[in-house]
Design a protein. Sequence first.
Length: 307
Amino acid sequence: MNSELIIPIAVFLAATSAVWAVITMFSGRHSRTVERLEEMRDPRLRRRANVDHRTVTNILDKAAPTLSKALDSGNEAEQSTLRVRLANAGYSHENAPRNFRAIKFVALLLGLVFGGVYDIASSSSNSWMSWVIGAAIGLYLPELVLTLIKMSRQSKIFLQLPDALDLLVVCVEAGLGLDSAMRRVSQELTGGAPEVCQELSTCNLQMQMGKPRREVLHDLGVRTGVDDVRALAAILIQSDRFGSSIAQALRVQSDGMRMKRRQLAEEKASKTAVQMIFPLVLFIFPGIFVVLVGPAGIQLMENLVNK
């Protein structure tokens, strides 16, 4: 049996196995309500689920350090930058950099495998190019995904922050302290602003553990990576240091953020007229041209033929 017949069969079996695994995983999954009812009926299921989850977690924890060593440069500056990027994307766990490097290494291996399969299937002269391209795609694809997640989260925080600040101002002016006001905001806006509430809950947890408020606010600005949050943290630190009114500082910052968001909306609205030129030229004008000039062109051709 030659390679031209083995490769399609292997690809078909791999794709079929992957589809079957996904269908089995999703079809066998019940809702959480049904699972809890089954666990109440049979307590052994709860113990079994905990053991399975613990086993999978232990396997991942044991495999991640080994896989991440291949891409660990040992440079403290690079590790700090990666940790900040992961925190900006919402992954603040201490093992997040290690797990990310492990994911990159696995993606690199998968890229090499797909590049090799394509090389064997195509039988091209530049056989090594498919390996290099597959490895490069597998290596930089996690970086691209991380960048997209980071940008999406920062955009959500930027849009949600003025509403959270308004409620924070109301709580502070009602007599609550800054810590209690942040805790109240994180409880009230969980559905409308989950990203901001998550960051405020992290700040509350750090302050409850005894971390100074200045360091907590500074870490909040670094962890989010949003310029407005950094400015807010700086204003709160200055207000705490000099004893000025926190409510007034929050109100000024909230008004400034709303004005900035309004200016961005007006800027996008003003760009719309210029951006609509290309769809008009490419799609609408040709149709109008055909409708208006088409009959005249047909008549002109008929006159020329008759003559």
